[in-house]
Ligand binder design. Sequence first.
Ligand code: AP5
Ligand code: ZN
Length: 216
Amino acid sequence: MKIIMLGAPGAGKGTQAKQIASAYGIPHISTGDIFRANIKNQTPLGKKAKEYMDAGNLVPDELTCDLLMDRIGQDDCEDGFVLDGFPRTIPQARALGKALTARGESIDFAINVEVPDENIIRRMSGRRVCPSCGATYHLVALPPEKEGVCDACGSELIQRADDSEATVANRLQVYHEQTQPLIDYYEREGVLKTVDGTQPMDVVFAQIKAILGNEL
Ligand code: AP5
Ligand code: ZN
């Protein structure tokens, strides 16, 4: 099953994508996570991506598309994948469509996690992430057992560099200008499904499971 997660920054795409990946046995592919790993390892790609990400702008399509196409060409993607944070522009969506068509494949579901802007600001300010294992928490909605410490690996939790209020405001603007048009794009493709992302995480996941059913 090939799934795309759509939604504003902080809508809960990553939270849901991880659950989908584990329930359906397909890889979770987050372009944001791939860029952050490259920044951490100080690779040439990471150095290029950092300035865009820190400002809350999109990394240019030419850097992002090649990386994603390589990733979905790997063996573990044969039975499908869940894409989180890609595509984010119409050219990215077209590039993905072209690559899949060449393989005789297509996207099965584009799941739009809908959350109004005012909730987004609250979500982002409370988000804490583990720099070692990538686990995500929220100070109110999903606190770790011990304050400031990752339940999974014991590392100290941090706030993401792009979760400052000013950067979040820019990310939201970029989302509305460049990414929201993808909702109409996938509607026209006949694969768009919308879920109410303001609900608690398990309720959102139940909505998604009802859409995906038992298909593989
Ligand atoms: P990326 O990492 O993709 O960030 P994003 O899209 O802004 O999304 P987030 O990771 O911020 O949020 P999310 O929707 O996954 O929410 P989460 O589940 O964490 O991209 C970062 C940057 O990389 C971009 O700005 C860009 O520069 C670059 N980039 C990446 N991909 C790119 C591309 N394709 N092209 C160009 N540039 C690209 O949840 C948020 C918080 O809310 C958490 O604390 C969580 O615990 C909590 N939460 C989740 N669900 C709920 C709920 N139902 N109720 C209450 N709290 C909840
Ligand atoms: Zn951890």
